[in-house]
Design a protein around this ligand. Structure first.
Ligand code: SF4
Ligand code: SF4
Length: 150
């Protein structure tokens, strides 16, 4: 009986020592690997090319075809236009960021790549009015650009 107990204890001791050595080897190996953790928010990960941030616009490219408005599943885009010298001119291009589901369908359907999704991802705001964005305003995202990776 005592011998069986000693054998079991020795077995446990060997298993415990082996697992301790394995853990120490892994720790030692990782001591020499450069850290991959970013010190967010001081350091930020650059976004990939296909990242879908906030909806943005090149107004000069827009041909006012309304395809983005029609395809948007949550109706968060609104365009208005007027006639000037027999030409259509955009007078309003609104984007309700609060409703947007970031599906990217507006940018996919746009025939001139006028509408696109930028790289801004830190989009929390205290004021709800700020979620209603005028896409024709060139300074619309300045506040967010200062905090997000461009
Ligand atoms: S990303 Fe999707 S939900 Fe957002 S505006 Fe474009 S189509 Fe609408
Ligand atoms: S789909 Fe493109 S070109 Fe057409 S209205 Fe929208 S942004 Fe303008």
């Amino acid at each position: 009986m005592v011998i069986i107990k000693i054998i079991k204890l020795s077995k446990d001791l060997v298993i415990g020592a082996w697992s301790l050595i394995k853990g120490l080897v892994i720790t030692l190996k990782n001591c020499f690997i450069p850290a991959i953790t970013l010190q967010y928010p001081a350091q930020k990960q650059p976004m990939t090319d296909r990242f879908r941030g906030l909806v943005d616009l090149h107004p000069e490219k827009c041909i006012i075809c309304y395809q983005c408005v029609k395809i948007c599943p949550v109706a968060c885009l609104a365009i208005a236009h007027k006639q000037e010298n027999n030409k259509k001119v955009i007078s309003e291009f609104k984007y309700n960021m609060e409703l947007c589901c970031f599906c990217g369908m507006c940018q996919q359907v746009c025939p001139t790549s006028a509408i696109y999704m930028n790289k801004i991802y830190e989009i929390s705001v205290y004021d709800r009015d700020k979620t209603h964005i005028n896409l024709l305003n060139p300074g619309k995202y300045i506040e967010w650009l200062n905090t997000s990776i461009k």
